[in-house]
Design a protein around this ligand. Structure first.
Ligand code: FBP
Length: 563
């Protein structure tokens, strides 16, 4: 098979490991902290996770693990949307297993969690894995969004794992998939099976993070890829000086990707959904905010610019949030809605089912956008925000608003806008050195957690802005990141999603300069990800991670000083 020159060069890249994992495996030990508590709803969660609740945080340290050389059978699943580095998690896990015992086996479940339920797997061999090292994508074994939720699905998962004589299952996924990992770990233990379950934090969205998980893998590469493209568009805009570019960015509910790309490229406007919600801004007010910059720049003769839009924006605009919630409930309730074949029939039916305000809102949207609000939900019940063309909606509304301003002689500029959506372009890029190293370490760490006999843990690597040998690897109990949330009409245990914090340093850094960017062309051009060359360009982390780490180090220092 023909491969590109870069792919060939990346095969030879040796990912860096933290010092605690790069020593001879007989020198790896583990240290435990105190028992932990869930984020909230501790009583409910204790009840639901009788066997796995409250375990201590684990850190890898010099020492020895008595079972590190045990022969193990492990199954691995890639779950949810693609994120650069998934193959390296599997490579790290594979190399760890084989270092522990060359007889150990790694099975890859095909097509996500459904591969475990239906026992569709392949055995991962040395030559097979070598064809995927340091490459993007999840094509090694495929991914899927099936949620393991019914009693039959749990029982089938246990049956597959038992038939394959697995010691452990590793689930590489986001908040929903790792919630599933926690439930599966509990289920296996409650059934008296010793099969362990370990999670790994994946998602380009960057919303699976907390005090112990500094970043989800894939965020780094995806943001750098989008930022390269945005930077190129900024330069095009500044060259031609004739278009406003409205760029929607993936990231689901959280605006971490939009914020990071804004910090990397300095566009004129970047909307942050969490702020829109906090300020209770209506759709019209959001459009007014954009138009204010268009008008002011036009006064300087600059009829061009760049606007970044997080894909989840519509879910944070109060009136749209209500509409989406009402639609979600109706669509989840099922059959009646799914029988309506035409859009006209759907609207007619909705007129009797949703509140008059929501009905008025959906009717006010351009029909092609209104249709997108009615599309199928994902298996976790989420509206598929990647399918809603918010950029087009905002362009259409801005055109109307600017026309009205023109008629009142309040705007003399020319507004010609183009819409873009960057999402899939970044999910399968070759992982940056950061993601290649981070993912390999997460996978290797997952092996050590298994060898330590742990279950219901998320592999964790911290201190990520330091050189890789100073990274701190270990495991965090999944129940520690959970609370109870309302889902499909009842309270469910879930890992809490991390949204952009308006008091956090990345948002504050943006807030301090955004008014200047709105008026003055201040674009930055980050260029393509560098895989080779000086570390200051090839081992860069995201600005979000850098700012958040600076803040947490500052807090740690303050804490020490006050003791
Ligand atoms: P995950 O939470 O599964 O990592 O999703 C990442 C993501 O890329 C989101 O940003 C996006 O909204 C969604 O997947 C798109 O889903 P799909 O691949 O099913 O179109």
């Amino acid at each position: 098979m023909e491969i590109s020159a870069l792919q060939k060069a990346r095969y030879a890249y040796q990912p860096k490991l933290p010092a605690s994992l790069s020593r001879d495996i007989t020198g790896i030990g583990i240290e435990f902290g105190s028992p932990t508590e869930a984020l909230a709803d501790q009583g409910d969660l204790k009840e639901l996770f009788k066997n796995t609740y409250g375990k201590p945080i684990a850190a890898f340290v010099p020492g020895s693990l008595k079972d590190i050389k045990r022969r193990l059978n492990v199954g691995v699943i890639l779950s949810g949307g693609q994120a650069p580095g998934g193959h390296n998690v599997i490579a790290g896990l594979f190399d760890g297993l084989k270092k522990g015992n060359p007889e150990s086996k790694l099975y890859g479940f095909l097509g996500g969690p459904s591969g475990l339920i239906g026992n569709k797997h392949i055995e991962i061999t040395p030559s097979f894995i070598d064809g995927y090292r340091n490459t993007g994508g999840f094509d090694m074994i495929g991914s899927g969004r099936t949620k393991i939720e019914s009693p039959d699905q749990f029982a089938a998962s246990l049956q597959t794992a038992t038939e394959l004589e697995l010691n452990a299952v590793v689930i590489i996924g986001g908040d929903d998939s790792n919630t599933n990992a926690a439930l599966l770990a509990e289920y296996f233990l409650a059934r008296g099976s010793g099969i362990q379950v370990i999670g790994c934090p994946k998602t380009i969205d960057g919303d699976l993070k907390n005090g112990y998980i500094e970043a989800s893998f894939g965020f780094d590469t995806a943001c750098k890829t989008y930022s390269e493209l945005i930077g190129n568009i900024c330069r095009d805009a500044n060259s031609a000086k004739k278009y406003w570019h409205f760029i929607k960015l993936m990231g689901r509910a959280a605006s971490h990707i939009a914020l990071e790309c804004a910090l990397q490229t300095q566009p004129n406007i970047c909307l942050i959904s969490e702020e829109v919600e906090a300020r209770g801004l209506s759709l019209e007010q959001v459009v007014d905010h954009i138009c204010a910059s268009v008008v002011r720049r036009a006064e300087k003769g600059e009829n061009f610019g760049v606007v970044l839009i997080p894909e989840g924006l519509v879910e944070f605009i109060p009136e749209m949030k209500i509409l989406i919630r009402e639609l979600n409930d109706l669509i989840a309730a099922g059959e009646e809605f799914s029988r309506l074949s035409s859009f006209i029939d759907q609207l007619e039916w909705l007129s009797r089912q949703i509140s008059p305000e929501s009905y008025k809102l959906i009717r006010s949207l351009p029909p092609e956008i209104a249709r997108e609000f009615l599309m199928d939900r994902d298996p976790h019940g989420n509206v598929q925000v990647s399918r809603i063309e918010t950029e087009k909606l905002l362009i259409g509304m801005a055109e109307k608003k600017l026309q009205a301003l023109k008629e009142q002689n309040l705007y003399q500029g020319k507004f010609s806008a183009l819409g873009h959506f960057f999402g899939y372009e970044g999910r399968c890029a070759f992982p940056s050195n950061f993601d290649a190293d981070y993912c390999y370490s997460l996978g290797f760490g997952a092996f050590v957690l298994i060898a330590s006999g742990l279950t219901g843990y998320l592999s964790s690597v911290r201190n990520l802005t330091a050189p890789a040998d100073q990274w701190i690897a270990g495991g965090v109990p999944l129940t520690m990141m959970m609370n109870m949330e309302q889902r499909h009409g009842s309270k469910k245990p879930v890992i809490r999603k991390a949204l952009v914090e308006l008091e956090g340093t990345p948002f504050k850094a943006f807030d301090a300069v955004r008014d200047t960017w709105a008026l003055k062309t201040s674009f930055l051009f980050p260029g393509a990800i560098q895989y080779f060359g000086p570390p200051e360009v090839s081992d860069l982390t995201t600005k979000t991670l850098k700012l958040e780490r600076q803040e947490s180090k500052r807090r740690e220092l303050n804490c020490q000083e006050s003791k």
